[in-house]
Design a protein around this ligand. Structure first.
Ligand code: HEC
Ligand code: HEC
Length: 351
């Protein structure tokens, strides 16, 4: 009787084994450990939209832990760089400027609430967060040496265990190079998705926990009314609409200033950029995709009196009374800057 009652179990175990083996073979991926990593849910503030999650790269406690460590570890590069060299937590995971080999400067975007972005980079050239960092291993960036990377990771005191816990990888050396890079990027993306900023003075005000002072209140009403009209592209709660616009910083477009056009080739997209979030904007100078403005005062003055006209200028920039600028008084400009600073989340950059 024992034999019979055991039989279905044996079949089941055999069946499972074959299934796992098939999955392992078809996907070229190692078998996941029996217990597996611990799934976690993003803690999304109640007033936020739904995050974009990737079913191929579910969030797990162990994945985030690995990603967080890799994010600020120069082990990935042969030039001492890590993600955090440019995406520095103290500056809302940003740094001032990155200059490429052609001498073109790009303002480093912060890693703030990226789980809610449908695309990445100033011109939206990359639609998927999870694979975005694959390019970072290239010579012009991390200049990663493949053999060194395998050696450093597999002989490291912690990484073999962290990779096993996060992805069930028993031996890092068994992974082919692309698969290794992909797992690294997957882990880092999991970490980036957890970087949610929703505890600024403005958020506390919305939750009735603090009051804004007179200048901040005046600035807020300029921001959210037709007077300043900022909210159409930088609306709450994300302070970005995640849509491409030409906000009028240029009249003609060359090089990287061509913006979205470089991705789509559509002349209607000349000079369009994804509206950046204004959360933690106080920490991420200089401003605009090329960092042309040093201060928030300069940005406000640009919107007040410096908007340049071109065929692709967003209609929002010229509607109603705006043909002649916003006509803000000096006091109103100061108020607008004061309001922008209520979007700073001190805990996010220090915790
Ligand atoms: C040398 C500086 C530098 C390093 C190092 C760096 N980045 Fe970046 N990162 C940038 C710049 C500059 C951009 C903007 C590129 C663009 O828009 O053209 C960017 C953009 C991004 C974005 C898109 C952000 C957004 O708001 O759209 C993500 C995500 C990102 N980087 C992740 C990473 C990860 C992960 C690493 C490490 C593997 C890394 N970066 C290392 C400079 C850097
Ligand atoms: C038509 C849409 C639109 C409107 C309206 C608009 N912006 Fe912007 N804003 C953008 C875009 C697009 C960029 C990025 C442009 C670039 O980098 O070339 C930007 C950039 C910025 C930046 C720099 C962000 C950074 O990370 O460098 C600040 C600050 C800013 N806007 C504040 C404001 C304020 C304040 C108002 C209202 C007076 C406003 N914006 C109105 C679309 C808009």
């Amino acid at each position: 009787m024992y034999l019979h009652s055991n039989r279905p179990k044996t079949v089941l175990i055999l069946g499972l084994g074959v299934l796992l083996w098939m999955v392992a073979c078809t996907k070229d991926e190692p078998v996941v450990t029996p217990t597996g990593p611990t799934p976690i849910e993003l803690t999304v503030p109640p007033f936020f939209p739904k995050p974009y999650l990737n079913p191929d790269n579910p969030l797990t406690y162990e994945g985030v832990k690995l990603g967080k460590k890799l994010y600020s570890d120069a082990i990935l590069s042969s030039n001492g760089l890590s993600c955090s060299s440019c995406h520095n937590k103290d500056l809302s995971y940003s740094t001032p400027l990155f200059t490429d080999k052609n001498g073109a400067s790009t303002s480093v975007p912060p890693h703030v609430n990226l789980a809610f972005n449908p695309n990445y980079n100033w011109n939206g050239s990359l639609p998927i967060l999870d694979t975005l960092c694959m390019a970072d291993f290239e010579p012009e960036f991390f200049n990663t040496n493949r053999d060194t990377l395998y050696r450093r990771l597999s002989t490291h005191a912690e990484y073999p265990g962290l990779f096993r816990d996060a992805f069930g990888i028993e031996n890092i050396n068994d992974l082919e190079y692309r698969a290794l890079k992909l797992k690294i990027c997957y882990a880092i993306s999991q970490h980036i998705r957890t970087l949610i900023s929703a505890d600024s003075k403005f958020d506390k005000y919305v939750m009735n926990k603090v009051n804004l002072d007179a200048m901040e209140t005046e600035g807020m009403s300029i921001f959210f009314s037709e007077k300043g009209d900022c909210f159409h592209c930088h609306g709450a709660p994300l302070f970005t609409d995640n849509i491409f616009h030409n906000n009028g910083i240029d009249e003609t477009f060359t090089g990287l200033d061509q913006g979205r056009f470089l991705v789509t080739g559509d002349p209607k997209h000349l000079g369009l950029f994804s509206s950046p979030t204004l959360r933690n904007i106080e920490y991420t100078a200089p401003y605009m995709h090329d960092g042309r403005f040093e201060t928030l005062e300069e940005v406000v003055e640009f919107y007040n009196s410096g908007v340049k006209h071109s065929e692709t200028l967003d209609p929002l920039m010229t509607k109603d009374n705006k043909m002649t600028g916003l006509q803000l008084t000096d006091y109103q400009k100061k108020c607008l800057v004061a309001f922008l600073k209520t979007l700073s989340d001190l805990q996010f950059v220090t915790d």
